[in-house]
Ligand binder design. Structure first.
Ligand code: C2O
Ligand code: CU
Length: 563
């Protein structure tokens, strides 16, 4: 109903009535995406990407049942798109955003309105999904509140705490240095700084706690590369949401948040004011050699109960003490008690970094380094008739897997290399079933050879971005109940750009019967001479004549990874 509302121009009055009836309102946000000059976090002037001349881009908030209309105008000199990370985009995969997977980029000077039906409450984020523009600033938190009176947990105040890495160099320069076959290692693109709430980590405004109150902190890692550990010593963090899925509450002392992951935690303030506290945000990446003052790097935020109260003397339990409990997401239980799905189909994936015939070290899934097709994968799925069920039509470098409607898929992602990867699936959350030591002939460090960890209870936790640790595998499951084209990729942008990506083409037969891509999206393709039908290069069937040669693996062993 809400969708019909948002699309039909004459239905504005009807929408007002629906909103009055509590059936959801229309929330309009508009972003003029353009270059801004930035000097945050002690960096010298750099070019960055903001919206309406602002960086950070302010958070967007709405309520379940609302229709969020995000109108973007592209004032860049290159194409752009926006992805609402964590939204399912049911019956609207073309609103998902990833360039050349579900749409052609919005050309410079053009505008487009993304229409998001908000069917799930939770903590999400909006970010660029073309040319890795998120890494250059095009990213903002998005909160979908429960309808009033339907919150599963009680709290007094909602506090947003997005964290992000921030580099001096633009992404295009960093990736160029990283994949240059003649470059020295490590690439000279420098260290990131950490931002909290969009400002330099240490100067973020204090949190104000009132005695006896309960706060919901929403932690979002909007990084291009870095991890963040969060703790509020002297207070427990009660986890209630991961990536837009409510969980049964679990109390911990600290959370390590991978790129693109989100957590909501409830924090109970002390009943009386004895002291003020601090929270710690430590930016780190275990694959970057520790360098004093640069990485890991801890930012301190103030938690003020009363101005002038003494700072808590004991910070207990301290990081590193045996009493300090880190969250392991696999120990969480979903609040809805959904049992483990029973797989219909098992798919094995291996991720890593290999030397290719181009002379470059590139990332891959199952030896294929992802390269965007010439025709957006969705348009191939819609135009190829019965052949859309043949994964080969999507080209030799998209790693496409075609899924049947409603089949339960189990992915086992094996990561024999020395880097962790935050793997994100679009259009779904998935159950985390198991994490264990990598299946490999290579010698892996002793501490990774430990026994396999299965989800703790009968109900596996669900989320949309899970970390496969270094030297490990992860087993995840989801039901293919959302026809569409859905990316699956590492959310460290350097790895994504180096090819650690693939696409699931879910129920192309249903898509062909039900989906009508808005004309203006097809016009974006035409404006840039991109075919809107045919296989990955716009030809029929499996005709790939004239396509560029596919890079092949020349060095099959996993290597030390350039990051
Ligand atoms: Cu957060 Cu493919 O995206
Ligand atoms: Cu990665």
């Amino acid at each position: 109903m809400a969708r019909a509302c948002s699309l039909a121009v004459r239905a504005v009055a009807a929408c007002a009535v629906l909103a009055y009836l509590g059936l959801g309102k229309r929330v309009a946000v508009s972003w003029d995406i353009g270059y801004v000059a930035d000097t945050r976090a002690g960096h010298t002037l750099r070019r960055a990407i903001g919206a309406n001349g602002m960086l950070p881009i302010p958070p967007v908030a709405a309520t379940v049942g609302d229709t969020l209309e995000l109108t973007v105008h592209n004032s860049l000199d290159t194409t752009t798109t926006i992805h609402a990370h964590g939204l399912f985009q049911r019956n609207a995969t073309y609103m998902d955003g990833p360039a050349m997977a579900t749409q052609c980029g919005i050309p410079p000077g053009a505008s487009f309105t993304y229409v998001y039906e908000l069917d799930n409450a939770g903590t999400f984020w909006l970010h660029g999904h073309d040319h890795h523009q998120n890494s250059d600033g095009l990213r903002a938190p998005m909160i979908v509140h429960d309808k009033p009176g339907t919150e599963p947990f009680a709290y007094d105040q909602d506090i947003l705490l997005p964290v992000e890495d921030w580099f001096h160099d633009e992404f295009a320069d960093r990736i160029k240095q990283t994949i240059d076959p003649n470059a020295t290692f490590p690439p000279p693109h420098g260290y990131a700084s950490g931002l909290i709430n969009g400002t330099d980590g240490d100067s973020t405004r204090p949190l104000r706690f009132e005695p006896g109150r309960t706060y919901r902190l929403r932690l979002i890692n909007m990084s291009a590369l870095m991890w963040f550990q969060f703790s509020l010593p002297g207070h427990k963090l009660e986890v209630i949401e991961i990536d837009g899925e409510y969980t049964a509450p679990l109390s911990v002392d600290g959370i390590d948040i991978g790129p693109a992951q989100r957590y909501s935690v409830l924090v109970s303030a002390y009943p009386t004011v004895a002291a003020n506290f601090v929270y710690n945000v430590t930016m780190h990446a275990n694959f970057i050699p520790p360098t004093a003052g640069l990485t890991p790097r801890t930012y301190i935020g103030q938690v003020v109960y009363r101005e002038g109260a003494p700072r808590a003397a004991t910070i207990a339990p301290a990081h590193g003490s045996p009493d300090f409990q880190w969250l392991h997401d696999i120990e969480l239980q979903p609040l809805d008690g959904q049992p483990a799905l029973v797989p219909d189909r098992r798919i094995s994936l291996e991720v890593g970094n290999l030397v290719y015939s181009t002379g470059q070290h590139l990332d891959h899934i199952n030896n294929i380094t992802y390269t965007a097709p010439k025709v957006p994968t969705l348009l191939t799925a819609l135009s190829m008739g019965a052949a859309a069920a043949d994964p080969r039509v999507y080209g030799p470098q998209t790693n496409a897997v075609v899924l049947a409607h409603n089949e339960v898929v189990e992915l086992t992602v094996n990561n024999p290399g020395d880097l962790p990867h935050p793997l994100h699936l679009h259009g779904h959350t998935f159950q985390i079933i198991e994490v264990g030591p990598a299946m490999t002939q290579l010698k892996i460090p002793e501490e990774y050879q430990s026994t396999t960890v299965r989800c703790a209870g009968p109900f596996p936790p669900r989320r949309d971005t899970a970390v496969v640790p270094e030297y490990s595998y992860i087993k995840i499951r989801f039901r293919a109940d959302n026809p569409g084209v859905w990316f699956f990729h590492c959310h460290m942008d350097i790895h994504f750009a180096m090819g650690m990506a693939m696409v699931f083409v879910e129920a192309p037969d249903i898509l062909q019967q039900t989906l009508r891509v808005p004309q203006e999206m097809l016009d974006f393709c035409r404006a840039r001479d991109i075919p809107i039908a045919g296989n990955a290069i716009g030809k029929s069937g499996l005709d790939f004549s004239g396509a560029p040669a596919v890079p092949t693996v020349v060095e099959p062993q996993p290597l030390k990874h350039p990051n």
